[in-house]
Design a protein around this ligand. Sequence first.
Ligand code: ZN
Length: 276
Amino acid sequence: MRALILSDIHANLEALEAVLAAAEGLWDEIWNLGDLVGYGGAPNQVIERIRPLQSLVVRGNHDRVCCGLTSANAFNPVARTAALWTRQELSTENAAWLKEIPQGPLHPAEEGVTCAHGSPLDEDKYILNMRDAWAPLQEMDTPVTFFGHTHIQGGFTQKGHHWHEIRPALGRSLHASAAHSSAPATKPESWTMNLAGGTRHLINPGSVGQPRDFDWRAAFALFNSHVDSDPQESNSAVTVAQITFHRVPYDLVTSQGRILMAGLPERLAARLREGR
Ligand code: ZN
């Protein structure tokens, strides 16, 4: 089974279209980790595009605020402005649909997987470092948990006393070339990692519509749950699944134009180029 894992689309239609084009033919199901709306200028279009395609969706904190389930008071001024604009902009049908999105963590039909927006222990909590990751790694009853919310692609892995942060080797050209030129990465890139049996993983596919890891390209991940195990490997390290992290460029200017035309804060358009 192959799943396309999406998170934090944030009403960025152009980024979503680029991701769907890049992942075409590579997935059986879409699992969406939430924050479909908020920040970006195309909330209705994004909902209408992704809704019929996805098999599972977890609500995000922006989804919750943008459909009026909770107040925007806890948001910073820029996020609040965007949330209140989104509330006005959403069609009655789309707002009603957002309200019905279940709170995570959720389990797809595929065994051994959990999907959450923030921490699986608290939807509003950010998992930014190993200290944040530790309790969820201990407490989740599945070997793999997908999460979003931080807009940072990667994750955390643990086996007994051994643990490390997963940092996809993407955007290296971006950083390496920074000293020589200011040209951002403009090509698609991917990086594959085997998920060994007996190991626990917290995996963030990154943000489709508002990356914050200094790479402006739309982020997503593909999960393959049935990988042929390598007979050369010892039983304890047998590969049971595979995750591929992807970055794809998208039509940034059109997306920024939607934000500016909507009268949303300019910062929301500027940060898309900066990837932060
Ligand atoms: Zn988000």
